[in-house]
Design a binder for this molecule. Sequence first.
Ligand SMILES: [Cu+2]
Length: 466
Amino acid sequence: MQRRNFFKGAATAVTTAVAAASVSRVAMAALPEPASQSSADTAAPLVPPNGRPYRPVVTLNGWTTPWRMSNGVKEFHLVAEPVVREVAPGFSVNMWGYNGQSPGPTIEVVEGDRVRIYVTNRLPEHTTIHWHGQRLPNGMDGVGGLTQPHIAPGKTFVYEFVARRPGTFMYHPHADEMAQMAMGMMGLWITHPKAASPLIAHVDRDYAFLLSAYDVEPGAMTPRVNEMTDFNIWTFNSRVFPAITPLVAKQNDRVRIRVGNLTMTNHPIHIHGHEFEVTGTDGGPVPRSARWPEVTTDVAVGQMRQVEFIADELGDWALHCHKSHHTMGAMGHDVPTMIGVDHRGLVSKIQKIVPDYMLMGERGMGDMGSMEMPLPDNTFPMMSGTGPFGSLEMGGMFTTLKVRAQLGANDYRDPGWFKHPKDTVAWEWTGKPLGADAPRQTPPGSASGAPSVRKPGTDSGHDQHH
Ligand SMILES: [Cu+2]
């Protein structure tokens, strides 16, 4: 749902304790009406309403803002403001963002477009916007204090430049950066090529998302912004699994995924069942001679990676950060490792005092996905997400790529879980246990295929390799 009425939208979006700066109605009237978004759902791609055609991107759990044409200039209006972001159902966070959401809306333009962006500051402190990766006049680069004065609360600044090269970019503040990005201020910028390019393939599906991390204590609603390393909420576009929309593709579609990293650490983004190539970065398209196949690409802080592959394997394939802590949900930092510790008898003793007491992690941590632990209000389980075969034991930076034989060209709906062909799912072995007479691999050092047990001190004196 997009609300085009700024004042109505802002009135409902600003529900935090932070008082937003007042912005004059008269001053706003001449500006492009800022679109606002209240939903964290993935919006349908915005087919370009006028100007040159292109294949629009799908922003995971996000949206693309419309523009208005003004004497040949594409005009946008971003409003920096406090927002409430639904990170997962039942877990909303007080963030700062743009136009009702964190991340802000995706901006999509075409190479060569002259672009004018009005930025209105409704935050309680000053801000700026830096257009990460763009070629532009120095004074449009958005570094508060260096290339421009800060945008004070209540003020609107104008940025104007030509989108000179195609690619995947980001925008974020260059003012009180640590706090403002820790609060969710960021967005994607896509510049589509103006003509066919030998380095830019036509794709059937084009997905985009940003990596962001927050430190929200379980039960709290506002991130700690002075955090340096101990973030506990790991997100794709300020959203955690299983609340992240799956990527879908029709079999043999060429798929592009654009990922940008505005967290404080790197994220190795990993795909299952396919190999991709990095076809571009925020520096532009990668020369074909410099591409190689990968199944994981590390996205360092402040980088963008654009990967492409043919989605030719049917199924529900995991797509996730390979740092295992980053596919977990909210957790305190004080959970000791309990694997291998024998607690038998201890729990029943404690339960005499604390009836609800449960022991975590004695046999690994996997049980936590199915344990019904009482949670504080406004958080989500550390590992959650249920698949067709049970708990996925995942939260955070994880989603799925769903490849289907039948799918409409513009159909981005979740097709449900994959229906596996007969005899293609790993199964439990329930046959006869392997006995002494069953075929065995020959252990190294034995001369025959017969099972042999080597006793200490009876080395045969030679090794045989089979
Ligand atoms: Cu990660």
